[in-house]
Every structure is written in C-alpha cells, then in structure tokens.
Design a protein. Structure first.
Length: 258
C-alpha cells in the first residue's frame, strides 16, 4: 500500500487543483493490490441499475432491499454490511444533496460565477479575487469551484469535494456516496473503474431527480494508507460524459466494472 501524509494542507490544495483537469487520473494498477481486490468485490455494489426518484428510501427498511440487491445474491452477512453502510449513508447525505442541488442549477444554466450564491448547501468562504477558485465547505468536506487558468481562460466546469483521512474500519466515502445517491432515488450507473497501489478511480453517469433527465459525469478518486484514506469527488457540470470506449482508449488499466 502507498503511504500518504494527509496532514500537509499544501498537498491538499495540490490535489484539488489536479482535479481541475476534466475527469483525469492516471493510476498504476497491480492485480495483487488490496485496491484491486476491493474493486472486484465492489462490482455488485455498483450495479448499473438506475433507481427512479420514486424509489427514494425514507428509512433503513426502504434502503435494505436495494442494498442487498447491489451487494449481490449470496453476499456474506449482507444485512450487517447494509446496516453499516446505512449509517454512513446518513453522514454522506449532505454531500449527496449538494450534488443534487448543483445538478439542478447546472441544468437551469446557472453560471459558475452565480453558483456560490445559489448553492446554499455549501458554506462559501468570502468573495474570491477575480479569476481565483471559490472555496467552501460542508462539515469536514472541502469544496471548490475552479477559477481561471494561468492565461485567464475558464477551466473545466468541475465542482470538487474532498475529505481527508477517514479512519480504518469505516465505510469509505467512495462507497457511502453512491449508496446515498441510490437511497435518495437518483439514477447512478458506473461506466468505469481502475486502480492499484493504494489508489482507485470510479466514473459514474449520474442523473439527479431534479435535473430533468439530464445526466452528468461523477468521478470518485480514493487513496488509501495506514493512517486512513482521502477521497476526491468531482462533478462535471458541463454535462460531458465520457463513453466506456473513450475511457478504455485513454487509460491502460481501465476496467468496465460489469
């Protein structure tokens, strides 16, 4: 496993800036790595079965059948796993709601400049200088909207969230967020995953119940170390969604995940 020092705030901002590239992460893959094994076990969890808004879970009893279906028939101790995931789903729900709100605003054509005023689920930190990224937070999540690049040009429309150093033993945010989106009735389809050496990437096609049927790309980058893990989540607000063929052509270690 690759060990990472998650105490360096400068490193944190470097990672956020790296996500300003549209849906890019180059990860060296090892079939024997823990992440590769985790990715294999996650295939059933990421069933490419859209969930309609009518399927939103109002409590654990509503959530359990869908959770067991995504884990797959014969998954050992599925109810205990789903119970643990449900607790993390509740913690991830503010993030799911912020993503849902952002999708609705993007569908209505709200610009990046106006998004902070409209995206009220995020606590934004003061007005930024012209062209600088806008930064804020949701609880312990860091949030960023990209600013202009070094030549004064707009960067890709990504809404980026980061969480640092979840302790070992917790259900990672990379699992909890998709489950929270499923639970609130959003349609979520995984179109790619790859990983190795303590890092992993998953790309989804996400349709929020308030986006009028318009789909967006969601990417989750996870890095694991002995001290915990960090997760970076980016939502492409421009509506561009890569195809599986494009991902396979671009990433040597791409896996279709189904």
């Amino acid at each position: 496993m690759v060990e990472a020092d998650h105490t360096d705030r400068h490193h944190a901002h470097q990672e956020i800036d790296a996500m300003n590239l549209p849906l890019r992460a180059l990860v060296q893959c090892s079939a024997l790595s823990l992440l590769a094994l985790a990715c294999a076990s996650a295939l059933a969890q990421r069933a490419a079965v859209p969930v309609s808004p009518a399927g939103a879970a109002t409590g654990y009893a509503d959530y359990l059948p869908g959770c067991k279906q995504r884990l797959g028939v014969g998954y050992p101790d599925a109810e205990r796993r789903c119970k643990a995931q449900w607790e993390k789903v509740q913690a991830a729900m503010p993030l799911a709601e912020a993503i849902h709100q952002a999708l609705g605003l993007a569908t209505k054509g709200v610009s990046d400049a106006a998004l902070p005023q409209s995206l009220t689920s995020v606590s934004w930190r003061g007005p930024a200088r012209v062209g600088a990224p806008r930064e804020g937070g949701i609880g312990d999540l860091e949030v960023q909207l990209p600013g202009l690049d070094d030549e004064g040009r707009p960067q890709p429309r990504l809404l980026v969230f980061q969480k640092w150093a979840e302790p070992d033993g917790e259900v990672p945010l990379g699992v909890a967020l998709p489950e929270a989106l499923h639970a609130r009735g959003d349609a979520l389809e995984q179109i790619g995953c790859w990983g190795g050496g303590g890092s992993g990437v998953e790309v989804f096609r996400l349709t929020g119940s308030g986006s009028g049927g318009r789909a967006f790309a969601l990417q989750i980058n996870s890095n694991f170390g002995r001290a915990g893990n960090d997760t970076t989540i980016s939502v492409a607000l421009d509506g561009h969604i890569p195809t599986r063929q494009q991902l396979q052509a671009e990433y040597e270690y791409y896996n279709a995940c189904d």
